[in-house]
Design a protein around this ligand. Sequence first.
Ligand SMILES: [Zn+2]
Length: 304
Amino acid sequence: MRSTAPAKAASILTVDYEDWFHVAHPAACDPAVWDDLPSDIEDDTHHLLDVLDQHNAKATFFVVGWLAARTPDTLREIVRRGHRIGLHSYFHTPPNRMSEVEFQEDLLRCQRETAAITGVTARGYRAPYFGVRDCSFSYLEVLRRCGLSYDASVLAGFLPGRGQPRAPVAPHPTDSRKPSFWEVPIPAVRIAGFPVAFSGGGFLRLLPAWFVRWSSRRVAGSGTPVVYYIHPRDLNPAGRTTPTGIVRRVRYYGGRSTTQRKLEEILRASRVLSVEEFLSTAFGLSAHEMTDEIEGLTLVSPGR
Ligand SMILES: [Zn+2]
């Protein structure tokens, strides 16, 4: 008997692969001391991978290169379980805090590191902190030059200093005349004309589940896939937090006891894909463009 259940809408899940001290912590901008701090990333990531497996969901993991170099087995496990790898800079530095040369070097270093570990070439990029506003150069041009196929650094909602409230909310080619490079934004829902983000980070952790559900349906109902973004630490209510500042603690770690429940509701309600799977099924980007696995890769890993 044929099922009459309606097909689930597709949504996109992205994960920023970074540790608890890469944001908010006093040492977030000082890689020299990171090796002295305890790490939660591997336990948190294995838990997240199990949750995704239970729902047969796939995601793109945007990886901090420094962390990849220290957790190669977990990175390979992410790929082994069918997820995709993207770039999240080597030292978690946004492009608007770098020169063009520094940005390109940081990006290539991250790309070489992740490729050397996994044998897979990353196709996309997400800027740390969505930090692409007021860049002194065209960061998209650098991404293209480095062989990437998409950017996921635009948060199309209100977020002081970071959001781009007037940006389109749906995935789109950055140049409609030659659709070889794509922007995959984090969407927002308009409430009285005000664009409210809801699908990741502090928004997903702190907003009530009913609002996330309602916003997701509204965006999906307009034909736009919802792009969600989480961090492995978001699912661990007992994980470490920054030692200073209640506002920072709430902003970066608050609401973690609610996140797994919200994520599982999302995983049940929609067909959850990686960015690469979505672009290749919805827009026909070729398997070569999206899944260029390198046989016998012998890239030299940069110095640590
Ligand atoms: Zn980040």
